[in-house]
Design a protein around this ligand. Structure first.
Ligand code: ATP
Ligand code: MG
Length: 201
């Protein structure tokens, strides 16, 4: 049988927890932007990043999005965010040649996307920058990791940065302030359910 909750004890415990949390909040007083890395095989990385973009827009921040892997297909986030005046939206993936495996052509497309990302990363007018599916540039050997981590660390102090993609390399994990791994438990696709508008794309 469950023990009855002693409300006085509960209150004492909760007030101790509150004291500890308040202390931690007071200690986190550095005024600077953060870099967030969302990796792992589960669903929810890019959509979480777009959630933070929406939050930033709520405060009128200047935002930019670079999608490193994005084909010709339509997606809801692009339809919505690209029309907003505060968002500079760049879907750069169209140059990648999955079919032909043309390494030189892929590298050139990656460098072109990176060159734009590097310009945005150095722009002090941008408050929020999202580099969607950046990690694939390293797993495919298309971009130099050190060059990218250096630009991340040297970006303007107040810029918030969100990076997504599976299989993030150690160097990128080390360079970012907040890192989460989304774990795949199950996905409807494996049960044969079609990708859904508004959920998948
Ligand atoms: P989302 O954009 O939905 O947040 P994501 O960014 O975490 O997904 P990606 O690796 O970029 O995931 O894959 C994008 C697409 O693949 C989405 O349509 C997503 O639903 C789907 N997807 C993500 N994880 C899985 C998985 N474990 N199995 C099958 N499909 C997946
Ligand atoms: Mg994604």
């Amino acid at each position: 049988m469950k023990k009855p909750v002693n409300s006085e004890k509960h209150q004492q415990r909760m007030s101790k927890v509150k004291e500890q949390i308040d202390k931690k909040i007071a200690q986190a007083d550095k005024e600077q932007g953060v870099s967030v890395l969302l990796t792992g095989n589960g669903k929810g990385k890019s959509s979480s990043a777009f959630g933070m973009l929406a939050r930033s827009l709520g405060y009128g921040h200047n935002c930019a999005v670079v999608q490193f892997i994005k084909g010709e297909w339509e997606c809801g986030e692009e339809l919505f965010f690209s029309q907003l005046p505060l968002v500079s939206y760049h879907a750069m993936g169209a140059g990648f040649t999955w079919e032909t495996q043309n390494l030189e052509k892929d590298k050139a497309a990656a460098e072109k996307a990176w060159s734009l990302a590097a310009t945005l990363l150095a722009d002090p007018k941008i408050n929020f920058l999202m580099l969607d599916e950046l990690t694939y540039m390293f797993t495919q050997g298309w971009l130099d990791l050190e060059k990218v981590t250096q630009a991340i660390l040297e970006r303007p102090a107040n810029m918030n940065l969100v990076i997504t993609g599976r299989g993030a390399p150690e160097g990128l994990i080390a360079a970012c302030d907040t890192v989460s791994e989304v774990k795949d438990i199950k996905h409807a696709f494996r049960n044969g359910i079609k990708a859904q508008r508004g959920i998948e794309f």
